[in-house]
Design a protein. Structure first.
Lengths: 114, 113
């Protein structure tokens, strides 16, 4: 079965610090990759997604992620975080045999100190 | 904008009660999903439905059932609630051509005492 690992469960940063959240998955073939964000009290929303092409994907709010196939990784980055980026971030993967199903990682809680 | 609504934000039930969680989407999406969200475990798929009256088990279907009588509505049923079903329940939907992006509702925090 597909698994998705987010090794950082809690991250605390100061404003303007750079962010990188790790995401690793276990399937070696073609995958579709997603990062979702859940702001406090709000529903999950899509930050960005990778399907094919340029492995560096840009999303909303200045976030980007890089697909590195050889490392089975899809890390989320932002050069300079803001207090409003405080949220929980989830990586998700879809494999070809999964049809409609996404497999989610355990999530990373980010707190940005003002 | 896609809108997915869930019937309750907070729910408290007693052990052994039958619990219904309702989800409605307004975008004519074929696919609907029920997840539970627990700290450190992320989102785990309970059931999904790809059409009216059609359903498929997800990763953790035990103790749950679902109903999809109308395209816009997907219900999660806990036949006999137990304390280990205390969790946040999230509903999501996806259209047939939307590149597997799922749209989520606000969640229902269920506490079983």
């Amino acid at each position: 079965a597909q698994s998705v690992s987010q090794h950082n469960h809690h991250v605390i940063l100061s404003e303007a610090a750079s962010l990188e959240l790790g995401c690793n998955y276990s399937y070696g073939g073609t995958v579709n990759l997603f990062w979702y964000v859940q702001y406090p009290g709000q529903h999950l929303q899509l930050l960005l997604k990778y399907f094919s092409g340029d492995p560096l994907v840009k999303g909303i709010k200045g976030f980007e992620a890089e697909f590195i196939k050889s490392k089975f990784s899809f890390n989320l980055r932002k050069p300079s975080v803001q207090w409003s980026d405080t949220a929980e971030y989830f990586c998700a993967v879809r494999t070809p045999w999964a049809g409609n199903m996404l497999t989610f990682g355990g999530g990373t809680r980010l707190m940005v100190k003002p | 904008d896609v809108k997915v609504t869930q019937s309750s934000r907070y729910l408290v039930k007693r052990t052994g009660e039958k619990v219904f969680l309702e989800c409605v989407q307004d975008m004519d999406h074929e696919n609907m999903f029920w997840y539970r969200q627990d700290p450190g475990l992320g989102l785990r798929l309970i059931y999904f439905s790809y059409d009216v009256k059609m359903k498929e088990k997800g990763d953790i279907p035990e103790g749950y059932s679902v109903s999809r009588e109308k395209k816009e509505r997907f219900s999660l049923i806990l036949e006999s609630a137990s304390t280990n079903q205390t969790s946040m329940y999230l509903c999501a939907s996806r259209g047939a051509g939307s590149a597997y992006e799922q749209y989520f509702g606000p969640g229902t925090r269920l506490t079983v005492t």
